[in-house]
Design a protein around this ligand. Structure first.
Ligand SMILES: Nc1ncnc2c1ncn2[C@@H]1O[C@H](COP(=O)(O)OP(=O)(O)OP(=O)(O)O)[C@@H](O)[C@H]1O
Ligand SMILES: CC(C)(COP(=O)(O)O)[C@@H](O)C(=O)NCCC(=O)NCCS
Ligand SMILES: [Mg+2]
Length: 191
């Protein structure tokens, strides 16, 4: 059975990876599908997000990443998928997700939405939270895979890695954030 895991993934987090890994044990193939959404201004382009997802899931042979336009159910039909995989973190997710699942059911009765409950340790985690922390100079090392953290630090101009000129020791980014003034980051984002 083929499952589509649709979303924005801007960027992929450890919460997403947890759903993907658990989904990959339930389905023959999990397609992580990034919506090309012209109405959102993302931090990473669709191409960058697809590369991030591919690097993050390269240990999972039955997982692939792809971009799509238009209705998710149409994309699912095109990929011969029977399931839309989604994660549930909180009641707030439930309301939106139930509406989405019902809407999709009216568009295609053949496609079922399957929800996986978040793992406890990721119940607070979202791409937005990750971006907000990084934007104000905080560490996201515990929230995303290491290569994604580096991509994010680059976007927000965190000085990473830096060597102490005397000892030549590398300072991890979260110990070095005082060098990044939040106001500078915001100004750069606005330009
Ligand atoms: N920590 C998590 N645990 C379980 N499911 C999650 C988690 N984070 C996201 N998901 C699920 O992944 C899917 C794709 O979500 P999405 O790309 O919107 O990520 P997000 O973290 O919610 O980002 P954003 O903050 O931009 O909304 C949704 O079904 C969402 O519920
Ligand atoms: C992409 C997504 C799954 C939502 O992703 P998100 O959780 O990252 O916001 C949803 O917006 C979607 O399916 N968009 C494509 C248009 C569509 O099919 N709409 C009908 C279902 S609401
Ligand atoms: Mg979301």
């Amino acid at each position: 059975m083929i499952a589509i895991y649709p979303g924005s993934f801007d960027p992929i987090t450890l919460g997403h990876l947890d759903i993907i890994q658990r989904g990959s044990r339930l389905f023959d193939l999990v397609i992580v599908a990034v919506l090309r959404n012209p109405s959102k201004v993302p931090l990473f382009s669709v191409q960058e997000r697809l590369e991030q997802i591919r690097r993050t899931t390269k240990h999972l042979p039955n997982v692939e990443a792809d971009g799509f336009d238009g209705l998710t159910v149409n994309y699912a039909q095109q990929r011969q998928a029977q399931v839309l995989l989604r994660g549930l973190r909180a009641i707030s997710d439930f309301e939106v997700e139930l509406q989405m699942a019902h809407t999709n059911k009216t568009l295609s009765t053949q496609i079922e939405t399957v929800f996986l409950a978040t793992s406890n340790e990721y119940s607070f985690l979202s791409s937005s939270v990750v971006k907000e922390i990084a934007r104000f100079g905080g560490s996201v090392d515990h929230l995303v895979p290491p290569h994604i953290a580096l991509d994010i630090y680059k976007c927000y101009n965190h000085n990473y890695p830096t060597a102490n000129p005397t000892t030549m020791e590398i300072t991890p980014p979260h110990q070095n954030m005082a060098t990044v003034a939040p106001q500078e980051i915001l100004q750069e984002q606005e330009t």
